[in-house]
Design a protein around this ligand. Structure first.
Ligand code: C2E
Ligand code: MG
Ligand code: MG
Ligand code: MG
Length: 283
């Protein structure tokens, strides 16, 4: 009887599993072709310096523009890209595109901006990674100080000496490093000191209800204070309301990124925004 049952449940679940893996396979096939078909786009979201209310830089965020499926957000394809290793060519493409674009804006006469690029742990651990960054800077002519690499805490989980070595090489190149989504992974405060990162990006999950949840308010306050003492810049992500902004200003947060200023946007729209170069947070 139990055999029969097992057999039934196998047949029962099979079609569903099959559909899901077919979907995955389909996505993977398309993802493999997306680079050569030039289907990726980089969007830019301003990062505002609270010292003067002006745009300090921007984060580059990849989108996949599939001809039939439309715009696909990174949350939907980055995990698969990481599983398949496709994140390396995709991430390298984003890095080059972001550097090229930043250089171009500078050439057009805009004030220098610092462009942030998300780096997957897999990409960071490629033996050729530092060399690729160096080559990209040379090729695009972007000053290293105008590039910031965003890595998450997971990067720092294994092989500390190798990571230290890579971080040191990147620092020698002159690029800066931020820790993204801080507080959501296996945060280790000692890493902040050892890796001497430039910026700590406080994850948006702490910001979302910072004005109503006392515990999150306490965490955010402590992270900003700690950053200041460690001489690391604090950046709050996912800031959506004026109340959240006011709270962060009162705590002395250095930089802000979020819908309160702007959503990520295509390059031409971003250029219109920096052309005005106004004080955003006073609006
Ligand atoms: P992230 O690096 O933490 O990027 C911030 C995410 O928060 C972005 O989502 C951005 O659009 C969103 N965001 C910004 N402001 C607000 C706000 O005020 N409210 C809310 N609710 N969300 C806000 P996006 O563009 O969908 O990217 C999601 C994640 O995908 C990124 O999180 C990053 O981990 C990854 N990602 C994006 N582009 C790349 C890339 O080129 N390479 C790699 N490896 N990962 C990337
Ligand atoms: Mg990021
Ligand atoms: Mg983040
Ligand atoms: Mg994130």
């Amino acid at each position: 009887r139990s055999k029969e049952k097992g057999g039934n449940s196998y047949h029962y679940y099979y079609p569903d599993m099959n559909k899901r893996s077919l979907h995955r396979l389909n996505l993977e096939i398309h993802l493999r072709k997306a680079l050569e078909r030039n289907e990726f786009r980089v969007f830019y979201q301003p990062i505002v310096d609270l010292n003067n209310g002006k745009i300090f830089g921007m984060e580059s965020l990849v989108r996949w523009h599939h001809p039939e499926w439309g715009i696909i957000s990174p949350g939907e394809f980055i995990p698969l890209a990481e599983e398949t290793g496709l994140i390396v060519p995709i991430g390298n493409w984003v890095l080059k595109q972001a550097c090229r674009q930043n250089k171009e804006w500078q050439s057009l006469g805009h004030a220098p901006l610092c462009v942030s690029v998300n780096i997957s742990a897999i990409q960071f651990h490629q033996p050729s990674f530092v060399h690729y960054v160096e080559q990209t800077l040379l090729e695009t002519g972007l000053e290293p100080r105008l590039l910031c690499l965003e890595i998450t805490e997971n990067v720092a989980m294994t092989n500390v000496s190798y990571i230290m070595d890579t971080m040191n090489k990147l620092r020698t190149l002159g690029v800066s490093i931020s820790i993204d989504d801080f507080g959501t992974g296996y945060s280790s405060f000692s890493y902040l000191k050892r890796f001497r990162v430039h910026t700590l990006k406080i994850d948006q999950s702490f910001i979302r209800d910072v004005t109503s949840d006392e515990e999150n308010a306490a965490i955010v306050t402590a992270l900003i204070a700690m950053s200041r003492k460690l001489k690391i810049k604090s950046l709050a992500e996912g800031v959506e309301t004026r109340e959240q902004l006011d709270f962060l200003i009162s705590q002395g947060c250095n930089e802000i990124q979020g819908y309160v200023f702007s959503k990520p946007m295509p390059a031409p729209d971003f250029e219109l925004m920096i052309r005005e170069n106004k004080q955003l947070y006073l609006m």
